[in-house]
Design a protein around this ligand. Structure first.
Ligand SMILES: Nc1ncnc2c1ncn2[C@@H]1O[C@H](COP(=O)(O)OS(=O)(=O)O)[C@@H](OP(=O)(O)O)[C@H]1O
Ligand SMILES: Nc1ncnc2c1ncn2[C@@H]1O[C@H](COP(=O)(O)OP(=O)(O)O)[C@@H](O)[C@H]1O
Length: 531
């Protein structure tokens, strides 16, 4: 076991044993690692198979302590099997921690994992908002120092902005905790734990914008709860389940919280079920609040006549309002939160966009993409065209048409497009992109960078592409002169998630271009009128 003292006494410049293999954990394991090293988890390292199975099956460690999620470190199969220490690095390759391997084990799907205690080599410097990522010990010490306080501390874990409903709920709960027997303060202090990805700021700025509307002694900490897969599902965060709420309860407890409220939008967690699993803090089920449309006031639901209660905006409705550049109603959210949200999610006419064409060779991608680029330019937006052939000459020079190289080619295109989108630019891409996985990866990259992704399937049938055979490639492929030719001797996975399907069989190129441009205009990405 590694003690907290030893973990905390790292020296700058340590790189770990020079001969130890080096490995960069994936996003979830990296989030776990940060929480282990910061002391937010009462765990010394990554779990053994026995521990992981015990937690997975019964929500407990083998020693009986309740614990909600397996904290495991999946590693590539080719990571040296016989090593006794591994240096774990951040995504930039800087050493973070040393893992003393206690066990190498395989999960039910045959993926290898390493278990063992970790010790800090160098305090993390990667990850956004580092200055707001205080350790639990720092948060506890600050509270003791500033306030000498031992009253209740209400933690609010959120990955979304706090609108009026949540703000009323937090204030009401903090006051209710102050009224509890034996409590000598007016209200509980509040600690807002902002859950955001290690590399993305998410909604942090919009959460912080609510500061003046929270009780006076409210502090904020940024952390990353390991649920990367859920988080990319939408700009306002992913779904919460019992386990993620329980994990949040452990993290909140480490920060000194006595109570926890999870802001999960309209659909909060099932608090009774969560409490049955004995979390280390009391998880609250806040009273519902509704806007009384007649009185123009927020009240707890019991005090609002149901016919006058106005429903909150859903995440999708908020997203639609922002997408079209409309201000969020002031009854729903404070103006300062709305303004910050509008900055984070600008109207689609100013937001980054990747228009991604996919289709067989000769389907018409380049022809349509060129026309669409002109149309976007005429609308007054800046635009870059990443055409398949040109990318192959420049960015991906030397790559073959193997599956691996095609995926790398698509990932490179996606990376460039996402970075252009980060600054509000538009990229039109026109590779074959035959694999669904690669296209999904590009969508995720674009969205993580705060942009949008619009997939156009140029669905020209193979026979038509082959009959066109503009470059004579199909004839050569049929003659066996080009191996792995898409549609002939290599797969093309038809998209099932296209935002638009274009048919070029009985349509002139100019009309196909017009169809795409009008879809972009209808979606709000281009202004109604050209400049
Ligand atoms: N084996 C094989 N399969 C498919 N295509 C081939 C192949 N070899 C060369 N070409 C030419 O390369 C163009 C496709 O490159 P992409 O970068 O778009 O392909 S991929 O997305 O990486 O699969 C494609 O251009 P387009 O016709 O513009 O699609 C072809 O001209
Ligand atoms: N509606 C249409 N949209 C795009 N191309 C079309 C259309 N109808 C016919 N074509 C012809 O199909 C060919 C498509 O070639 P290209 O744009 O290079 O395809 P890709 O980039 O998918 O390989 C061009 O010769 C183009 O004139």
């Amino acid at each position: 076991m590694v003690s907290a003292e030893r973990r905390g006494s790292a020296s700058d410049g340590a790189v770990g044993r020079p001969d130890a293999p080096v490995f960069t954990p994936g996003p979830d394991a990296l989030a776990h690692l940060e929480l282990i090293l910061s002391g937010a988890y009462p765990l010394p390292g990554f779990m053994t198979r026995e521990q992981a199975v015990s937690v997975e099956r019964g929500g407990r460690l083998p020693d009986g302590r309740p614990w909600p999620v397996p904290v495991t470190l999946p590693v590539p199969a080719d990571l040296a099997a016989d090593t006794d220490t591994v240096v774990l690095t951040d995504p930039e390759g800087a050493p973070l921690a040393e893992l003393v391997v206690a066990e190498r084990w395989e999960d039910d799907r045959g993926r290898p994992h390493l278990a063992g205690d970790v010790s800090l080599l160098r305090p993390p410097t990667y990850g956004v908002l580092r200055e707001l990522r205080a350790t639990p010990a720092e948060v506890r010490a600050r509270r003791d120092l500033e306030r000498g306080s031992s009253g209740p501390l209400l933690a609010v874990v959120t990955d979304r902005p706090l609108h009026h409903r949540a703000l009323h709920q937090i204030r009401a709960e903090a006051e209710a905790l102050g009224r509890a027997p034996g409590v000598e303060v007016d209200r509980a202090e509040v600690l807002v734990l902002i859950d955001t990805g290690l590399e993305e700021e998410g909604m942090t700025a919009a959460v912080l914008a609510a500061r003046p509307l929270l009780p006076p002694r409210t502090s904020f900490v940024v952390c990353t709860l390991p649920r990367a897969a859920d988080r990319v599902s939408g700009p306002f965060g992913g779904p919460w389940n019992d386990r993620t709420v329980l994990l949040a309860a452990h993290v909140a407890a480490a920060h000194g919280a006595t109570h926890l409220m999870v802001e999960a939008g309209e659909r909060g967690p099932d608090v009774e079920r969560v409490m049955a699993r004995r979390p280390p803090v009391t998880v609250l089920d806040p009273e519902p609040w509704r806007f009384d449309a007649e009185e123009g006031l927020w009240e707890s639901l019991t005090r609002v006549d149901p016919v006058r209660a106005r429903r909150d905006l859903t995440d999708d409705e908020v997203e639609t309002e922002l997408a079209h550049g409309r201000e969020l109603p002031v009854w729903f959210t404070p103006a300062r939160v709305g303004a910050e949200l509008a900055r984070l999610r600008p109207a689609r006419t100013r937001r980054g966009l990747t228009v991604f064409f996919t289709g067989l060779s000769g389907s018409g991608k380049s022809t349509i993409a060129r026309g669409v680029r002109e149309g976007i330019r005429r609308s007054g937006r800046s635009v870059t065209l990443l055409d398949g052939d040109v990318v192959r000459r420049m960015l991906s020079h030397g790559l073959t048409f193997s599956r691996q190289d095609r995926e790398l080619n698509i990932r490179r295109i996606g990376y460039v497009a996402a970075e252009i989108g980060r600054h509000g630019g538009v990229t039109v891409c026109a590779p074959i992109a035959p694999y669904a996985r690669g296209r999904a990866e590009v969508r995720a990259l674009a969205e993580e960078a705060g942009g949008d992704f619009f997939l156009v399937h140029v669905a020209t049938p193979l026979e038509v592409c082959e009959a066109r055979d503009r470059k004579g490639l199909y004839a050569k492929a049929r003659a066996g002169e080009i191996p792995e030719f898409t549609g002939i001797s290599d797969p093309y996975e038809e998209p099932v998630d296209a935002d638009l399907v274009v048919d070029t069989v009985d349509t002139a190129p100019a009309d196909s271009v017009a169809v795409v441009l009008s879809a972009l205009r209808a979606g709000g990405w281009l202004p109604e009128q050209d400049h």
